[in-house]
Design a protein around this ligand. Sequence first.
Ligand SMILES: Nc1ncnc2c1ncn2[C@@H]1O[C@H](COP(=O)(O)OP(=O)(O)O)[C@@H](O)[C@H]1O
Ligand SMILES: [Mg+2]
Length: 287
Amino acid sequence: MARRRHAQPHFDVPPALPADEAASLAYEHDKDLSTHAFKEGEHPLVRIEHLNKTFDDNQVLKDVNLNVWREEIVVVLGPSGSGKSTMLRCINMLETPTAGHILIEDDEITGTTKANLNEHRKRIGMVFQNFNLFPHLSAKENVMVGQTKVLKRSKAEAEAEAVKQLTAVGLADRMDFMPSQLSGGQQQRVAIARAVAMHPDVILFDEPTSALDPELVRGVLDVMRDLALNSGMTMIVVTHEMGFARDVADRVVFMEGGVVVEEGTPEQVFDHPQNERTRAFLGNITD
Ligand SMILES: Nc1ncnc2c1ncn2[C@@H]1O[C@H](COP(=O)(O)OP(=O)(O)O)[C@@H](O)[C@H]1O
Ligand SMILES: [Mg+2]
């Protein structure tokens, strides 16, 4: 018997805005919601316009609009199932949006061809909840493989970069260990080093500490904090670590039910949440 196909909702999405118009609208929208220091003539690095994503008849993202500026640290909060991972996966082109636009530095990546996919992916790093290291490669080889295969760096160059980045995350003495010989916290630090070694425009973090034993969370957060404060990296971080969000975020975004419910500086969102659902979520977390 044929499987019943669900009707896809119809989305009427206007074309992506021209770069200068989008930049000035985004600046007006974001300037009071972020502690980011805007630069003259700056454009958003990541621009999400009217993003919709459905799985069968389940509409997971509902007209999400969000801009992330170069060197901005955006922390995304929200209950399980609110669409946070799906949004990151759309930015990273692991999922195809049902409708809407995603632009990286004014280049539209939605509807991109396969040939361009790798070019775009070079610009976007990702750190997953479960580390996703190659189990048969050492820590150093894990950090080298993307550099040699995707960026076509020489082995020597990739190795030097791997040594540098693994040292930066405190793993100078573990470079030749296999993932199975490392703690979860160490594996996640390898994954962060691997992302940074590619020098992407933006790194997406999807609950990077959620799979870790509590005593290992701190070390990973310290590495992320150092990256955020000292490297100039642009980061979008989905996390439940409120202390990290408060200390490190330029902007906090609260999502629920596939919608951006509220956004603002950490102070605005944590100390003066405007939306009832944000208040309920933060109340549950801190209780
Ligand atoms: N590949 C998929 N196929 C079908 N449904 C999915 C898929 N990925 C996510 N979903 C659904 O989308 C919703 C949002 O999921 P997700 O983006 O993972 O939320 P969050 O990361 O906020 O917990 C959930 O209802 C989930 O079941
Ligand atoms: Mg998720």
